[in-house]
Design a protein around this ligand. Structure first.
Ligand SMILES: NC(=O)c1ccc[n+]([C@@H]2O[C@H](COP(=O)([O-])OP(=O)(O)OC[C@H]3O[C@@H](n4cnc5c(N)ncnc54)[C@H](O)[C@@H]3O)[C@@H](O)[C@H]2O)c1
Length: 325
């Protein structure tokens, strides 16, 4: 029986992970430590799965004393907790430094002192941007080249995790995943925003010309990738998780509009985000060669996602546009 500390387990990917873990590892226990920012919702953790093996602590990973006390008796930490929205990072970077970097340093100190297995959830955005018209992908040899305060704090945290491995020998792994979509994502992000605006016949803002390419993965495939790394990953390694499914933002939005039988005239092109990365693409061959593979095709997963947001329209449409605190 493993005792897991999951941080950020009431957010988008963290809650999908908690639900998956409780369902598939009924003998393990999960402590969910979450600050409950605007992006979090306790309802995302399936009530039917909450049992004596599940507990929730409201708190901040940037609080060192709290992190030390919550990690007592824990075997493994999986860190999802982060400020995650690039637009907020541009407006208010200090909150990102605090949660995404200082918070990770506290978790690493706890991992060092308590000899914990530590897994850091990271992003493809640490590698920066690829040219639109190339077929290159980021791989293990690619240099970190973050270009906005969100990706810079995630990159800095990854480097600190690696330094703790080399210096103190902590039992760490890192996964860098591409763009996720699926249930529980805050409506500030492209896919839920498009669905919720479209059903209300509201304009859908799209940065620049909308031609930016993202490498889309259904959240369940990401969650299974993390589970795979926790079970089979080699200590000290980082793993790239991707479904290798590249699409332009305007294509994703157009497909959602088609599924909802809405007109493309709802798209409103707005001034581009400063320093907007134009293309991300990840080479996931290392993880695939070990036996992990994504289960979902983009189209089926998108249809399932649209159905989810329509069914839970009341829950998501009430969520205010995110502000960091
Ligand atoms: N969404 C993506 O496409 C994507 C892709 C790759 C990696 N990631 C990474 O995955 C992780 C989760 O992303 P997400 O999209 O689920 O984000 P999210 O914003 O939906 O969820 C983040 C969660 O962390 C919690 N949190 C934030 N700061 C905290 C703090 N200081 N202490 C404790 N809890 C805190 C929030 O309350 C929330 O529940 C992040 O580390 C992100 O960098 C996301």
């Amino acid at each position: 029986m493993t005792k897991l500390l999951v941080t950020g387990g009431c957010g988008f990917i963290g809650s999908n992970f908690v639900n998956h873990w409780l369902k598939n590892h009924p003998d393990d226990s999960v402590v969910n430590l979450d600050k409950m920012t605007y992006a979090a919702d306790e309802k995302y953790v399936d009530e039917s799965l909450r049992s004596k093996n599940y507990s929730f602590v409201r708190g901040d990973i940037a609080d060192k004393d709290l992190v030390m006390s919550v990690t007592e008796g824990i075997d493994t930490v999986v860190n999802f907790a982060a400020e995650s929205h690039v637009d907020n990072a541009i407006n208010e970077p200090s909150a990102f430094v605090r949660s995404n970097y200082l918070g990770v340093s506290n978790l690493l100190e706890a991992a060092r002192k308590r000899d914990l297995r530590f897994h850091q959830i990271s992003t493809d955005e640490v590698y920066g941007s690829l040219p639109l018209d190339s077929s290159d992908k980021f791989g293990y040899d690619s240099c970190y080249n973050p270009r906005n305060p969100y990706s810079a704090t995630k990159a800095a945290a990854d480097l600190l995790v690696r330094a703790y491995f080399v210096t103190y020998g902590i039992r760490m792994t890192i996964s860098n995943c591409s763009n996720n979509f699926g249930p529980h994502q805050h409506p500030e992000k492209l896919v839920p925003k498009t669905i919720l605006n479209a059903v209300q016949n509201r304009k859908i803002p799209l940065y620049g010309d909308g031609k930016q390419v993202r490498d889309w993965i259904y959240v369940d495939d990401h969650v299974r990738g993390i589970e795979f790394i926790l079970e089979k990953g080699k200590i000290g390694e980082n793993y790239l998780i991707s479904a290798e499914s590249e699409m332009r933002n305007v294509e994703v939005v157009s497909e959602i509009l088609r599924l909802l039988k809405k007109d493309k005239s709802l798209i409103e092109f707005v001034s581009d985000r400063p320093g907007h990365d134009v293309r991300y693409a990840l080479d996931s061959s290392k993880l695939r060669s070990m036996g992990w593979t994504p289960r979902y095709e983009f189209q089926n997963a998108l249809e399932e996602t649209v159905r989810h947001y329509l069914e839970k329209f009341d829950l998501y449409s009430k969520k205010a546009v995110g502000r960091v605190r």
